[in-house]
Design a protein around this ligand. Structure first.
Ligand SMILES: NC(=O)c1ccc[n+]([C@@H]2O[C@H](COP(=O)([O-])OP(=O)(O)OC[C@H]3O[C@@H](n4cnc5c(N)ncnc54)[C@H](O)[C@@H]3O)[C@@H](O)[C@H]2O)c1
Length: 422
């Protein structure tokens, strides 16, 4: 059949785009089915005329209607499996506690409660009003709410996982409390902390205690970026050499660090050096006046020679993240706001792939939690959490050294820049 896409045949033997991006298989197969059905119907209509012709026209109308509804996908949007515990873990129940009931703590609770087998048995925040607001909206019993994290770790024990969703300066300190209480899985929100020295020491402490430590750079857990990473690692665009990201107006630690981690993930290489241009902070940070988290732009090179430019300058206007990954034989672009990505491979054919699911904090957190609680977890990122923090601190240092490159790794002494971010 002449309908087989050219890119499909060009892939290394035995591999299809469907293997790396399940939603793509549905997508392409649907397009094929659609074209094939139209051909068959058209043939039937010509052969039998009248009645069959009317059926053909009706079906064609239906096909076009569905196509218009969901873009090129044809027969429906991809239907990803909801996050779930895997293997032997699927038969068990897990007790999880969250420290910090701000907007991210609330998303985490929503994400946790959406996974079958996960129970939220503790939520803690020093702000009691906020604690009760989130507790009420999540229907958490009053004996699961605590204004003191230490008390929660004692009373809600035994805990299978503790997630720390306060702002960054408390991440490692609260992580240490969880570690001391004997918890074996600890998730820290990003950035891992504000102190590289403390974060590095904490990682060693977790390794010694045989405790899993992960940092919530959530793009690593999204179905679409995982599919993109598989496309890259299987050579669909050749060697990835350059990534260009425009975030919109953003902040270094809060937003840009997600893309620092993304570049590290997609290049599968550590950063080599950075130059940056950060804007003076003029507005009060929404999470507190003590935080200093500038907008600006940064250029990184990586140990494999690849480059990444990440622009989160204030004149870019509202956030509208767009990522372009250029390889030696093709490129991938990701439009996060409009929820699709494209793949242009060697043949120059352009595939347009709708996101499997939205980049919503709570949805992503379901995947993170299900992964970390399943044995063995697929994505544990304490090391990459440290690298992303180094990239943030390196960007501050490069700004202070007025345009001079800062090379990685950064020593503990150099990392003490006295800047705090959320
Ligand atoms: N992974 C993501 O996609 C994502 C998205 C948004 C935010 N974040 C990260 O999540 C963290 C929290 O962000 P947010 O927007 O929820 O901030 P927030 O300011 O809304 O909430 C932080 C909460 O932590 C509480 N808190 C502070 N110290 C505490 C302590 N010692 N014990 C208990 N509670 C304490 C505060 O009272 C507040 O309610 C930040 O580090 C941010 O970078 C990650």
């Amino acid at each position: 059949m002449a309908l087989w896409p050219r890119d499909w045949r060009m892939l290394p033997s035995g591999e299809t785009l469907g293997d790396v991006a399940p939603q793509f298989l549905g997508h392409s197969a649907n397009v094929l089915v659609r074209v094939e059905s139209v051909r068959t119907m058209s043939h039937t209509a010509n052969t039998f005329g009248g009645y069959a012709g009317r059926i053909f026209l009706q079906m064609r109308k239906e096909i076009r209607r569905r196509r218009l509804e969901v873009g090129e996908a044809g027969w429906g949007i991809p239907q990803p499996q909801p996050a779930r515990l895997r293997g032997i873990s699927a038969t068990k129940h897990y007790r999880v506690a969250v420290i910090g009931a701000g907007s991210q703590g609330m998303s985490q609770c929503q994400g946790l409660l959406a996974v079958k087998g996960i129970q939220v048995v503790g939520l803690s925040d020093i702000n009691v009003e906020r604690l009760n607001q989130v507790g009420d909206s999540m229907n958490l019993a009053s004996n699961t709410r605590f204004s003191d994290a230490n008390e929660m770790l004692r009373k809600a024990a035994p805990l299978d996982m503790v997630s720390i969703a306060t702002t960054a300066p408390h991440h490692v300190a609260l992580g240490r409390l969880a570690l001391t209480s004997g918890v074996k899985r600890i998730l820290l929100e990003k950035p891992i902390d504000v102190s590289l020295r403390e974060a590095r020491a904490f990682r060693e402490e977790c390794i010694r205690a045989n405790t899993l430590l992960a940092v919530n750079y959530s793009r690593r857990w999204t179905l679409d970026y995982r599919a993109i990473n598989r496309c890259i690692s299987r050579g669909f665009i050749g060697e990835p050499r350059s990534i260009f990201v425009t975030v919109g107006k953003g902040e270094l630690g809060m937003h840009a660090s997600h893309y620092f981690d993304l570049c590290h993930y997609l290049f599968n290489s550590n950063p080599a050096w950075v130059v940056s241009n950060l804007e003076p902070v003029r507005e009060r940070n929404p999470r507190g006046a003590t935080f200093e988290d500038p907008s600006g732009f940064c250029l990184f090179t990586f140990e494999n020679g690849a480059r990444a430019y990440i622009d989160f300058s204030s004149d870019l206007g509202p956030k509208d993240p767009f990522v372009a990954i250029k390889g030696t034989h093709g490129r991938i672009t990701v439009d996060e706001q409009r929820m699709f990505w494209t793949l242009q491979s060697r043949s120059q054919r352009l595939w347009s792939i709708p996101f499997a699911e939205p980049l919503k904090s709570s949805t992503l957190f379901s995947r993170v939690a299900a992964d970390l609680l399943s044995r063995p977890p697929v994505t544990a990122t304490e090391e990459s959490g440290l690298v992303a923090l180094e990239m943030v601190i390196g960007s501050h240092l490069a700004q202070r050294r007025s345009g001079h490159q800062v090379t990685f790794p950064i020593t503990n002494e150099d990392s003490e820049i006295g800047v705090t971010f959320p």
